[in-house]
Ligand binder design. Structure first.
Ligand code: TRP
Length: 323
């Protein structure tokens, strides 16, 4: 069976971009594959965190993942720091990653410009991400387009490891979710909806009330030419609304565009579709208590270790560490 692995950072509230760009697809893939989903708390530490924030973020992220429909029995849901092998393989991956390769990562360049403190971990982050993926003999990694470079790097370092030490690691493939992989900020439709953009009016959070969601869509930035057409390059705002509505209704944005003449109606319908999609998620979310979530995560970590430990042993053997 195909092994799927993906990760999400537990920093800040999960928003519509995470849901459409990643989580909807995670839920779908767990039926077709052996899916392993990881809350990557160690990755979140690459930017400064207040003590306590990371634990709360982890529990919140797990709650959302369970509420959107990740099945903790059928798939594996766990926390990165609970499986120590991630960091052990991280180090080995750093030894087969070139300094120059890391320097070319656009996410590193963006984040190091935006933040006052650039940690060494922000620079080596892609090696940890490679370790996450390679530790599970992963075939397919479903992540958004923004992770393309990190996935390419993962493939390169896996291949480099294999050519240096013999065939040991599975070289994974990147799978970008089919439609609406990139939800854009409602106020700045040229930019991806993002936790780090700090654009509250442009970001729809998974815990927003219906009134908040309606308001954010009503104020969404469009353009002045009053033509509903799917054309992300010249009409980013309108195209974003069409692709969100498309993701909610499983319809192509081009097809949806044909049934609209007014931006106002498109905004109302998109808001409504999002509200209806989020409503049952919020109900499940409210019903989950921390003890249940914790038990699922412990069980998930046990299942993850059972896969990770033999792979790590293979790596130690291949490298030839004295044991
Ligand atoms: N870098 C990813 C992001 O910021 C998160 C991540 C960490 C990840 N490890 C991963 C995604 C492994 C997929 C596979 O979104």
């Amino acid at each position: 069976m195909t092994r799927v692995f993906s990760g999400i950072q537990p920093s800040g509230t999960i928003h519509l971009g995470n849901y459409v760009g990643a989580l909807m697809n995670w839920v779908k893939m767990q039926d077709e594959a052996d899916a392993i989903y990881c809350i990557v708390d160690l990755h979140a530490l690459t930017l400064p965190q207040e003590p306590g924030e990371i634990a709360q973020g982890t529990i919140d992220a797990a709650r959302v993942l369970l509420a959107v429909g990740i099945d903790p029995e059928g798939s594996t849901l766990f926390v990165q720091s609970h499986v120590r092998e991630h960091n052990e393989l991280n180090w080995i991956m750093q030894t087969v990653t070139a300094y120059g390769e890391l320097g070319r990562m656009t996410q590193f360049k963006d984040k190091s410009e935006r933040n006052v403190f650039t940690s060494a971990s922000l620079f080596t982050y892609p090696a940890l991400q490679a370790a996450d993926i390679l530790l599970y003999d992963t075939d397919v990694v479903p992540v958004g387009d923004d992770q393309r470079q990190h996935l390419e790097l993962t493939r390169d370092v896996a291949a480099r490891f294999n050519s240096r030490y013999g065939d040991t690691l599975v070289v994974p493939e990147h799978r970008i979710p089919p439609s609406g992989a990139r939800v854009m900020d409602l106020q700045n439709p040229e930019n991806k909806m993002s936790k780090s953009l700090d654009s509250p009016a442009g970001t729809v959070n998974i815990d927003d009330t219906p009134a908040q969601i309606a308001k954010k869509f009503k104020r969404a930035v469009t353009d002045n030419d009053n033509e509903v057409r799917y054309d992300p390059a010249s009409k980013p705002g309108v195209s974003n609304l069409l692709s969100i509505l498309g993701a909610m209704t499983d319809t192509e944005p081009e097809t949806l565009a044909e049934s609209y003449t007014q931006y106002g109606q498109l905004k109302v319908d998109t808001a409504e579709a999002v509200i209806e999609k989020i409503r049952p998620i919020q109900e499940r979310w409210e019903a989950l208590d921390e003890a249940t979530i914790k038990a699922h995560l412990e069980n998930g970590a046990n299942k993850a270790r059972a896969v990770a430990q033999p792979v790590m042993q293979r790596v130690r053997d291949a490298v030839g560490l004295y044991q």
